[in-house]
Design a protein around this ligand. Structure first.
Ligand SMILES: [Zn+2]
Length: 147
């Protein structure tokens, strides 16, 4: 299997014939592209390889395998490339938290402040692997469209 190149295998299930949307034209191509986009994003959300859907892709809780056990795709190179998406995810949670603290009443007590700190920190930490897998999928999408 070619490492570093997009792989359209297992995408668009239910469609026989070509495994790539490049042979189609017009609305069929647009539908195939949308299916491919959604499939790759879903793989990211479910912590699967964006190229082939293999799982697991994590060696430890938040540590990616060096490469995919299904297609051999190299995950090592993506380490630095996915940081931008990780920062965007953190910014999203920060914005969400700011929105929440202006919308709910929190008692001005130590317990209230600790509860708010937990509400802010726990989801951000707990979602790290899923955000990393989604960032890997977004990186894969951009790389497959840029050539
Ligand atoms: Zn794979």
């Amino acid at each position: 299997m070619n490492q570093g190149e997009p792989d359209d295998q297992n995408l668009g299930s239910g469609q026989s014939g070509t495994s790539s949307p490049s042979g189609r034209s017009g609305p069929f191509r647009a539908v195939a592209e949308r299916q491919r986009l959604l499939s790759i994003l879903w793989r990211g959300l479910t912590k699967r390889c964006p190229a082939c859907g293999h799982r697991p892709i994590f060696a430890r809780w938040n540590e990616l395998e060096r490469c995919c056990g299904g297609c051999g795709r190299d995950f090592d190179h993506a380490g630095g490339d996915i940081w931008g998406f990780m920062y965007l995810g953190t910014a999203f949670f920060t914005g969400l938290f700011i929105f929440v603290i202006y919308r709910i009443y929190v008692p001005e007590t130590v317990a209230g402040r600790l509860a708010m700190a937990g509400v802010a920190i726990v989801p951000m930490i707990a979602s790290l692997p899923r955000r990393k897998a989604l960032a890997l999928a977004l990186d894969y999408l951009i790389r497959s469209h840029s050539g």
